[in-house]
Every structure is written in structure tokens, then in C-alpha cells.
Design a protein around this ligand. Structure first.
Ligand SMILES: [Cu+2]
Length: 95
């Protein structure tokens, strides 16, 4: 049993290494309420290769984890803009 768990976790770790996960951070203008954050999350989620989205109304920010073989930060930015907000890529970690 232990061996199986070990094998499964090794496999999982290998997959994480294979998937080229990237993080893109954006400053987002135009969000006014919680519904905006939901709208944006739903929109971003329609893109391929998105693994995690963290939108903050308070910080006016969006942090998106994605697979860079499937999508890129430009597409994410365009998606945010397409639902009525204004995203600008920023350095992750600042602000
Ligand atoms: Cu709103």
C-alpha cells in the first residue's frame, strides 16, 4: 500500500514538473463589486490551461496560474478586457 502511495505521489510530482505552470499577475481597473470578480473568474476560466485564479476586488488584482503551452498572459489580459475591465500586467509580488 505504501508503495502505491509513493508511486502515485511521484507520478503527481512528475506531472507538475511537466506542465509548464506560469503565474501572471495583473492590475485590474473597473471592478466595483463581488460580482465583478466572479464575472472575471468565469471569463478567464473559459481559456485553455488555466489552473488557478485569484481575483481581489480590494487589491484590484488578478493572479492567474496557467500552463504556458496552452495559453499566455496576453490572452488572459484580452479575456479580462473583453468582459469590461482593464487589465495591466504587473510584476508578481509587488503591491
Ligand atoms: Cu460588479
Amino acid at each position: 500500500m505504501k508503495k502505491i502511495i509513493l508511486m502515485a505521489s511521484t507520478l503527481l510530482m512528475t506531472q507538475i514538473t511537466w506542465a509548464k505552470s506560469q503565474k501572471a499577475c495583473f492590475k485590474v481597473e473597473g471592478m466595483t463589486c463581488t460580482a465583478c470578480t466572479v464575472t472575471m473568474k468565469v471569463a478567464i476560466n473559459t481559456l485553455d490551461g488555466i489552473s488557478d485564479i485569484d481575483v481581489s476586488l480590494k487589491k484590484k488584482s488578478a493572479v492567474v496560474d496557467y500552463d504556458d503551452s496552452k495559453t499566455d498572459s496576453v490572452k488572459i489580459k484580452e479575456k479580462i478586457d473583453s468582459v469590461g475591465y482593464k487589465a495591466a500586467k504587473r510584476q508578481c509580488g509587488e503591491g
